[in-house]
Design a protein around this ligand. Structure first.
Ligand code: SF4
Ligand code: SF4
Length: 318
């Protein structure tokens, strides 16, 4: 598989990055052994880049897979910490849980945080930069859904890697249009930033249009790697083959990649009810006791309309 250098970091990564969110407790909640098996398989198939986060709670299977295979991939992680102390804890947790002396890339996990992110998270950023200076982190960056945050990050010397959201339907992009995000990514790459793309498949919503969605991000000017969440060996094979130039449309159904279901991630839902109006099928219900939305699976037609209405990105395809 083709490899690229992430901007000026000197870190060489495969074009396909293993996204460790969907297998974990926030989405599919697979057991440790099954998660480990999938990560190990991905490493053996040549993927040398794994992306996780403090919030995903998938450090253990990654560490187990490294031990099992003897293959040491590039690992990126992220934390929503705002203060120095919180970030210090997050770094310590990552180093210990992943059993490493350093983390390759540590992002500020700032998906929907606005343009004041560098101000409101300045303690956390200082901590990342201190740990980088001490050799515990190789590169520092930010993960964001916001075009304007990408534009800010690209002109900052302390940002080595940017992890923006983009997909051909524009699902989840904040602060601008698809074209504006494309332009910001291109400018960031020209400024020497490493670019890792997220949500190329719209969090699973674009699986039925896999080729169009992936072709779109693969044709972006300036990207270095694309994070794709995977939960089975069959999905690893399918994605690896695509990145190696083999597209097997007939296999999408066979491996269940088209069988999606939508859920509300309770820990993310703020109970704002915006999603109820967006559902054309009266499938979005509200639990008054828990003050959370929930999807009536018998009514849900998996159209995905509700996902774009959720300001918290709490509705996911699994
Ligand atoms: S996926 Fe479509 S049908 Fe299902 S809850 Fe969301 S909007 Fe309603
Ligand atoms: S829009 Fe999102 S945060 Fe608001 S109630 Fe629905 S799922 Fe929860």
């Amino acid at each position: 598989m083709k490899k690229n250098i992430l901007g000026k970091t000197g870190i060489e990564v495969t074009e396909l990055c293993f996204g460790a969110l969907p297998m974990g407790p926030l989405q599919k909640n697979m057991d440790l052994e099954s998660c480990t098996e999938v990560v190990a398989y991905a490493l053996k198939k040549g993927i040398n880049f794994v992306d996780t986060a403090q919030m995903y709670r998938t450090y253990d299977p990654i560490q187990e897979a490294v031990k099992l295979t003897g293959i040491n991939p590039v690992i990126s992680t992220k934390s929503t910490a705002s203060s120095y102390e919180e970030m210090e804890k997050a770094i310590d947790e990552a180093l210990k849980s992943l059993d490493r002396n350093y983390i390759d890339i540590f992002f500020m996990h700032a998906a929907r945080v606005d343009v004041d992110v560098f101000e409101v998270r300045k303690g956390a950023l200082k901590c990342l930069l201190d740990y980088k200076a001490r050799g515990y982190i190789k590169a520092v960056g930010i993960s964001t859904h916001n075009v304007k945050v990408v534009e800010l990050a690209l002109s900052r010397d302390d940002m080595d890697v940017i992890f923006p959201l983009i997909n051909f339907k524009g699902i989840g992009i904040l602060g601008g249009s698809i074209d504006e995000m494309k332009g910001a990514i291109e400018k960031a790459a020209k400024a020497g930033k490493g670019i890792l793309i997220m949500k190329a498949l719209g969090g699973g919503l674009l699986l039925n249009e896999y080729k169009a969605a992936m072709d779109f991000v693969k044709n972006l000017e300036g990207y270095h790697s694309i994070a794709v969440g995977m939960v089975s060996k069959e999905e690893v094979d399918f994605n690896v083959n695509y990145f190696n130039g083999i597209y097997e449309e007939e296999k999408i159904r066979g491996i269940g990649m088209d069988k999606k279901r939508f859920i509300v991630v309770e820990s993310l839902c703020k109970g704002c009810k915006s999603c109820q109006d967006a559902c054309p099928n009266l499938a979005m219900e509200y639990d008054e006791e828990k003050k959370k939305a929930r999807i009536n699976q018998e009514r849900c037609l998996t159209c995905g309309y509700c996902t774009a209405s959720c300001p918290e990105f709490a509705i996911r395809a699994v």
